[in-house]
Write a protein that binds this ligand. Structure first.
Ligand code: TYD
Ligand code: MG
Length: 452
């Protein structure tokens, strides 16, 4: 077969080079060259092509063709997908290696009784998949396994098996022989995803692609795939912990606010429909440096344990480390504490950890981070019936958080009875005999009320 010509293109400024180069001579960006198939582009105004009559339509005259959705057997997965896998769509499931992506998709496939599924694996042999399937659930007969990494052979396999859903595990192992770069490189992964996308739209077939994420949290290079696929969901959690969170990063057919919660057991993944207290250990003892926050994710409120430790530094440049929390936001909150509360943190190492290995995106936990920090600095205990929610601004003011009523109801249900919120927060939930809502205006008002 004749080799197709390829060219290396800078992803920043579209400069083309016949060879891979590390630094773009045009825009000076590093590591931005990606191999692409060469297309003969001759832009000319003289050349026009006729479009077929009726191609331009008035928006109001376009009839809404509702694509069917394939309802997944997990309601937690459906919630994140916005109601199921849309026919003809490409869903990308990302996650760190070993988090449970293959287990989730295999379990989903095994439970889809009236659907034909083709499971393409480039990582595991059919025997390994069979062994796993036997362990997690009784295998159904309508799931076909194909162990293949060549994309053109996979497409041939799809034509033969005629499935309703194709699972690709994982997209990083698949390659297109027209490109000379090896499987897993940005150009291969992108080219293969584009081919699947085209095939999906043409044949109204749904694809579920698995993608390993690198340590920056990106799937095979920055934004390489996210704009091609229709839905991006991510599986997160701590390998040492049993629970997993499923989040939508992009969804063309629904909201990205929802999360799904699962636990990993020795017989596969189980859903957790009521995860409120899941992330809190059963045995919270009264120790300094710990504060509880109520985090909101879509229709869910989760209680989080925020751990902080401030110790005298032995280095000239003190360390700041955050796990599960944005380090720049921690720097900002430390600056607010220094300036507004006058607490000297310049000589202290500060460590922050969100228990359970989850990553926090909600700025509503700011107040709890400051509370945990104050608790560590003063070595005073925050009683475990206390919960905090509020965003902290640069001026030290406590700002309102969204969905407060929902959070407060959940906090009450979980048995917390002392809750700190912003003074500017409007809520219909009132103070009750056993439920005390403390409204504070500034971080300065926090510590006198926190440790009693
Ligand atoms: P896997 O789905 O292979 O992860 P990924 O595809 O994301 O790399 O799951 C890997 C881990 O899950 C493995 O280390 C063991 C654990 N596991 C269980 O605890 N119970 C089970 O029933 C299964 C199938 C896996
Ligand atoms: Mg896997």
């Amino acid at each position: 077969m004749a080799k197709t010509k390829t060219v290396f293109v800078c992803q920043n400024c579209a400069y083309k080079s016949p060879k891979w180069i590390g630094k773009c001579p045009s825009c000076n960006s590093w590591n931005s060259f990606v191999e692409e198939l060469e297309t003969q582009e001759k832009a000319s105004l003289k050349k026009t092509a006729k479009i077929s009559p009726g191609s331009i339509k008035k928006l109001e005259n376009i009839s809404q063709k509702q694509n069917g959705r394939l309802t997944a057997p997990f309601s937690e997965l459906n919630r994140v997908l916005g109601g199921g896998i849309v026919q003809g769509s490409l869903v990308l499931l990302g996650g760190e290696p070993g988090i449970g992506k293959s287990t989730l998709v295999l379990q989903t496939a095994l439970k889809l009784t009236n659907t034909t599924v083709l499971y393409v694996s480039g990582e595991e042999s059919p025997e390994q998949i069979k062994m796993r399937a036997d362990r997690i659930c009784k295998p159904e007969s309508n799931i076909y396994i194909l162990s293949e990494i060549n994309i053109h052979k996979i497409l041939d396999g799809i034509c033969e098996a005629k499935p309703d859903l194709v699972i690709i595990d994982s997209i990083q192992t698949i390659f297109d022989e027209d490109l000379s770069s090896s499987p897993g490189t940005v150009s291969q992964v992108r080219a293969c995803t584009q081919i699947f996308q085209e095939y999906a739209k043409k044949n109204q077939l749904s694809f579920l692609l698995i993608g390993h994420i690198n340590k920056d949290g990106n799937i095979a290079g920055p934004m390489a795939l996210e704009h091609i696929v229709d839905v991006v969901i991510q599986f997160e959690g701590d390998n040492n912990n049993y629970f997993r969170l499923l989040r939508a990063k992009k969804n063309r057919y629904g909201s990205t606010a929802e999360i799904g919660v699962f636990e990993m057991t020795n017989t596969g993944l189980n859903e957790i429909p009521d995860p409120g207290m899941l992330l809190l250990p059963d045995d919270i003892t009264d120790m300094s440096g710990i504060a509880i926050a109520a985090m909101n994710e879509g229709a869910r409120t989760l209680m989080l344990e925020i751990q902080a430790l401030a110790t005298t530094s032995v280095y000239s440049a003190p360390q700041r480390t955050a796990t599960g929390f944005d380090i720049r936001r921690l720097h900002m909150l430390l600056a607010v504490v220094e300036k507004r509360l006058g607490i000297r943190l310049g000589q202290k190492d500060v460590f922050l950890n969100i228990a359970g290995g989850i990553k926090v995106n909600d700025t509503g936990v700011d107040l709890a981070v400051i509370a945990a920090l104050l608790s560590s600095v003063f070595d005073k205990v925050i009683h475990r019936n206390t919960c905090l929610m509020g965003e902290v601004s640069l001026s030290g003011q406590i700002r309102p958080v969204p969905n407060i009523d929902q959070r407060l109801l959940e906090v009450k249900r979980m048995g917390f009875n002392k809750v700190f919120i912003s003074k500017f927060q409007k809520t219909s939930i009132k103070n009750e005999k056993d439920f005390n809502i403390l409204k504070i205006e500034k971080v300065n008002n926090l510590s006198p009320l926190l440790f009693d």
